[in-house]
Design a protein around this ligand. Structure first.
Ligand code: SF4
Length: 178
């Protein structure tokens, strides 16, 4: 395993440890649960909108017909911090231990991204081809919806950081003591 992938694996394991140690308490926390439910709803709205404007067809064309054409490069997984990964565990995501496709992001499954909670780049990146195929109105819908989803992700991350600091875990460059 490359050094890059080892680092991602470390963060996944850290997210799992945090989940095992703190999920029961967080799942009784009304503030956390209400934000998590709202976030989950926004993620579903984002998915529906992507289908409505035709993104899956455009993205799968690049991923399957153009060599190296998909935008889920292997290095992107290294941008994920344990908190975003932890949010996935709270939404019952099974985090894959390797990419389904060669030389792609570790979180890429056969049918697309396996994650629900995604880093901002993955949520709001719209490539040149998308801009060429969608009219301005559709692009603005996508941007507005990405904003709504990412706003809740940000609120949840702040909530978790506050929660963990009260538990005596201090975040520094996303490294959390085990
Ligand atoms: S969308 Fe998912 S699979 Fe693609 S780069 Fe982002 S995390 Fe990886």
């Amino acid at each position: 395993m490359s050094e890059e992938l080892l680092e991602v694996e470390k963060r996944v394991q850290l997210a799992k440890r945090l989940y095992s140690a703190h999920a029961s308490k967080l799942l009784l926390d009304k503030g956390f649960c209400s934000l998590l439910n709202a976030y989950s709803r926004e993620i579903e709205k984002s998915k529906r909108l992507m289908v409505e404007v035709g993104l899956p067809g455009l993205c799968s064309y690049c991923a399957t017909k153009i060599p190296g054409g998909g935008c889920c490069g292997s290095h992107i997984a290294t941008w994920y911090d344990p908190l975003v990964l932890l949010l996935n565990l709270f939404m019952d995501v099974e985090i894959p231990d390797k990419s389904y496709y060669k030389d792609s992001c570790r979180f890429l499954g056969k049918e697309g991204c396996a994650l629900k909670a995604r880093y901002h780049f993955c949520v709001n990146y719209l490539c040149k081809r998308i801009h060429e195929h969608l009219d301005e109105e559709k692009v603005s819908w996508l941007k507005a919806q990405s904003g709504a989803e990412l706003f809740l992700a940000w609120k949840l991350e702040l909530y978790l950081m506050d929660f963990f600091s009260k538990e005596g875990l201090i975040f520094s460059n996303f490294d959390i003591p085990s």
